[in-house]
Design a protein around this ligand. Structure first.
Ligand code: AMP
Ligand code: FE
Ligand code: FE
Ligand code: ZN
Length: 291
């Protein structure tokens, strides 16, 4: 049975599981490889990697960036990025600061609608650097201002609803370069949710390494279509459930699984990229050392 799920969220963004709980559940689900891909943060990766080692699982470092290409939102998964890369750290800090400011803006809009939510209620519940709309929705329910999460989104938070605030998006090609410069592999998350396959060829020309063919919101036809595309363009195929924990009912963890051959292809590409980068780096000026 295929046993890798490469798209998982923790409570460091909008999931509900701690990294530790995620790994334990992954082991119980019979997974042998996972990737933690929280929105705009790498905070959950190290703890997950640590527990994975103890539990005999492999955990790949990752993040999911919200990007834009020709006015279309695309999500890019960055696998194997170096968490110490300064440029990546700087960008993630900015994305997180913008997300925090956006919470205040959404709360302000709610207050103008006479919904008495306090920003502290959201931050207390989020307890992470990368909060988003789901945290506002949960706070609205917790404070008794909405009956459930769906109502919170339908009434206030969905796109073009009165408390919706658009999210900052980095240009997709810039995001791909950022991931590459941090030593990572850039994969388009859930291409089926974009509803625009015309974005794929130019992004592959822009350096995109592959497509997330297998995803909980892709049916069999969509998965097969995107897999054929990856064979046509000679790029990677990946997959994952996009589990957010208990926030959307039954946890999706392990409901999408990919075989080890696809994980291996992802790793091979990463190794090739590393070797290419070191081969093209200018030689270190040894004469300077001698003098
Ligand atoms: P944000 O990144 O802050 O814009 O929030 C996006 C998150 O909100 C994603 O994880 C979505 O799955 C979640 N989301 C979007 N629409 C809904 C909805 N109608 N009900 C529950 N969650 C939603
Ligand atoms: Fe999410
Ligand atoms: Fe996404
Ligand atoms: Zn996701």
């Amino acid at each position: 049975m295929p046993d890798a799920d490469l798209h998982l969220h923790t409570y460091y963004s909008d999931g509900t599981f701690s990294p530790e709980e995620l790994v334990c559940r992954a082991r119980n689900a019979g997974l042998s490889t996972i990737a933690v891909t929280d929105h705009d943060t790498l905070e959950g990766c190290q703890p997950a990697i640590h527990v994975s080692r103890e539990q005999g699982l492999e955990c790949i470092i990752g993040t999911e960036l919200t990007a834009e290409y020709e006015s279309h939102e695309v999500h890019l998964l960055g696998y194997f990025v170096d968490p110490k890369n300064e440029e990546l750290k700087r960008h993630l800090d900015t994305f997180q600061a913008v997300r925090q400011k956006r919470i205040y803006e959404m709360v302000e809009r709610l207050n103008r609608l006479n919904v008495p939510l306090k920003p502290e209620s959201v931050f207390q519940l989020a307890q992470c650097k990368s909060p988003g709309r789901p945290h506002v929705a949960r706070a609205l329910v917790k404070e008794g201002l909405c009956n459930n999460l769906d109502e919170a989104f339908e009434r206030y938070l969905k796109q073009h609803r009165p408390a919706w605030v658009p999210k900052f998006k980095i240009h997709a090609v810039e995001a791909i370069e950022l991931i590459h410069d941090a030593g990572g592999i850039a994969i388009m998350a859930h291409p089926g949710l974009n509803r625009n396959d015309a974005l794929i060829p130019p992004l592959i020309r822009g350096g995109l390494d592959g497509l997330e063919c297998y995803h909980s919101k892709h049916n069999k036809t969509a998965a097969e279509k995107y897999f054929s595309m990856t064979r046509f363009y000679g790029v990677l195929a990946t997959g994952g459930s996009d589990c957010h924990g208990l926030s959307k009912g039954r946890p999706l963890l392990g409901t999408v699984r990919i075989p080890d051959s696809l994980v291996q292809a992802l790793k091979d590409q990463w190794q090739r990229r590393r070797n290419d980068t070191s081969a093209s780096a200018p030689p270190f000026p040894t004469s300077t050392l001698a003098s």
